[in-house]
Design a protein around this ligand. Structure first.
Ligand code: SF4
Length: 484
């Protein structure tokens, strides 16, 4: 087996039509080769991390389907295994290495099996080098910027060439690619890539590059496509959607884009994530309040309640400024469902700083929080900061925070008991095939049964918005039955 490195020199801002045509040729070529096989080859793609990664995986699966692969949820029997990785926390990295190690024996038994790793982890040189030298059974390694070249990369791998395509070429936005989404009713639509914020703990700007916005025309065309395919809800994605358009000649702002997306016929609900608090504009709050299709939900990461820690995190706002934004949001949208991200155990965080975070939770009363213990990321400024608290103290604080938040979340959910909620039905409940599951406009999960006084089977409800009376609640979800 030979090694080959595919690098395109310079920085590509938008992938040209000619380059995409070249990739489509690779897709056709692979399809022709695979068509000669007696059985349909199977591809297993596992995704780690955020919604952006999951959206990238939908593109990869779209390309694989076009090549003739059947997408499978079972790794056993797969002809191609691809891990789309996340670099945000160490845990996810360790799991990827563990999974790759376990594939060594499978590859020995089946040398034709293709093993690949892509995504954010692969944009880190030390990780790519580890795979190159220590995981020799891996056939292809490519970073986030090389996603559109996946057909070419796979073509090489199928010819038994080991491929590494990890050049950091900020800005490769590409359109015109098949996307294999999960079934309706929810569609993820990325509006921008990368981040300019350089929070001191975060690797995203290094692995995903600077902010690049898709054109409003391309985004709206995708929204129309998903509406035609039967999707009812759109989630607009970006690391910081609030700075959408800053790099576009048209200067279209996120609030302007939202208004345009709201005009998509057939789409009933629109959500977005993530919003950076420092860029949450009055315009955006106004559009959220006035456009009925925009869900009454906001994920606004605060990360810490201590101004000292926020400064060291380079977040660009103080606790007071954050609270002022939230006040404005709540004044405009009183029933807003609020969620946030919290990091516990940032290197310089003391117990006093942590108590300030606790006090924010008590003051705001978020519906839910996504919290993590700080994970050191190579190459970030925070990685060089000395720890103030021990691991034991960090874990103790983390547990205390969960306890406080769980009580708040449960109490917030209890206010829903007895109310009637409009629920967009997503499918059958994972734990009970006699009940359906869906979400309220605020994004709360509702499991519910249907009063069977009509001819509809349960699956007929998927994609419909139904009135559900909430009969009981738990910390993370609501339960109910359809209203007649
Ligand atoms: S805003 Fe901060 S935390 Fe979010 S992706 Fe950018 S650098 Fe990372």
């Amino acid at each position: 087996m030979t090694d080959k490195t595919i690098n395109k020199a310079g920085s590509v801002r938008r992938v040209t039509e000619a380059e995409m045509a070249e990739q489509r040729d690779y897709i056709s070529r692979i399809r022709a080769i695979l068509a000669q096989r007696n059985d349909k080859p199977k591809a297993f793609v596992e995704t780690y991390g955020c919604q952006q990664n999951s959206s990238d995986s939908e593109k990869i699966k779209g390309m694989l389907s076009d090549m003739g692969y059947e997408i499978t949820d079972e790794i056993d029997g797969a002809d191609l295994v691809l891990y789309n990785t996340c670099a945000v926390r160490e845990n996810a990295e360790l799991r990827v290495f563990g999974n790759l190690g376990a594939l060594k024996h499978k590859k020995r038994r089946n040398p034709d099996m293709i093993i690949g790793v892509c995504g954010c982890m692969m944009q880190q040189e030390h990780i790519a080098n580890t795979i190159k030298t220590k995981y020799k059974h891996v056939d292809m390694v490519f970073g986030t910027h090389a996603l559109y070249r996946f057909p070419q990369i796979l073509d090489e791998a199928l010819k038994h060439t080991r491929v590494f395509d990890i050049e950091n070429e900020d800005g490769a936005i590409f359109e015109e690619i098949s996307v294999k989404r999960d079934a309706p009713p929810l569609a993820k639509v990325p509006i921008m890539y990368g981040c300019n914020n350089f929070c001191s703990y975060c690797v995203v700007p290094y692995v995903r590059g600077r902010e690049r916005s898709r054109s409003a025309e391309d985004i709206l065309a995708e929204c129309r496509r998903v509406a035609d395919e039967g999707y009812k809800e759109i989630m607009l994605l970006g690391q910081n959607v609030n700075s959408y358009g800053n790099d576009l000649p048209s200067g279209t702002s996120f609030s302007e884009l939202l208004k345009l997306v709201c005009r998509t016929e057939g789409i009933e609900r629109i959500r977005f994530m993530t919003s950076h608090p420092k860029d949450l504009s009055d315009d955006l709050i106004e559009v959220m309040a006035s456009e009925p299709k925009i869900c009454n939900q906001l994920h606004l990461p605060i990360q810490s309640g201590s101004n000292k820690v926020l400064k060291e995190m380079n977040r660009g706002y103080t606790r007071e400024q954050y609270m002022e934004r939230l006040k404005k949001v709540r004044r405009a949208i009183p029933d807003i469902v609020l969620t946030t991200d919290i990091i516990v155990g940032f290197p310089t965080e003391t117990n006093e700083d942590f108590n300030e975070t606790l006090s924010v939770l008590k003051e705001v009363e978020y519906d839910m929080i996504f919290s993590f213990i700080y994970s050191k990321r190579v190459g970030t400024p925070a990685a060089k900061m000395p720890d103030v608290l021990t691991d034991e103290e960090k874990h103790r604080n983390f547990d205390e925070m969960l306890k406080v938040q769980n009580e708040i979340s449960k109490r917030k959910n209890e206010t829903y008991a007895g109310t009637v909620q409009k629920v967009l039905v997503e499918g059958l409940s994972k734990t009970n095939d006699k009940t359906l599951t869906g979400r309220t406009e605020g994004g709360k999960v509702v499991n519910f049964s249907c009063s069977d006084n009509n001819d509809l089977s349960l699956s007929d409800y998927v994609g419909k918005i139904v009135d559900v009376k909430i009969t009981s609640v738990q910390t993370w979800s609501l339960f109910g039955e359809t209203e007649n």
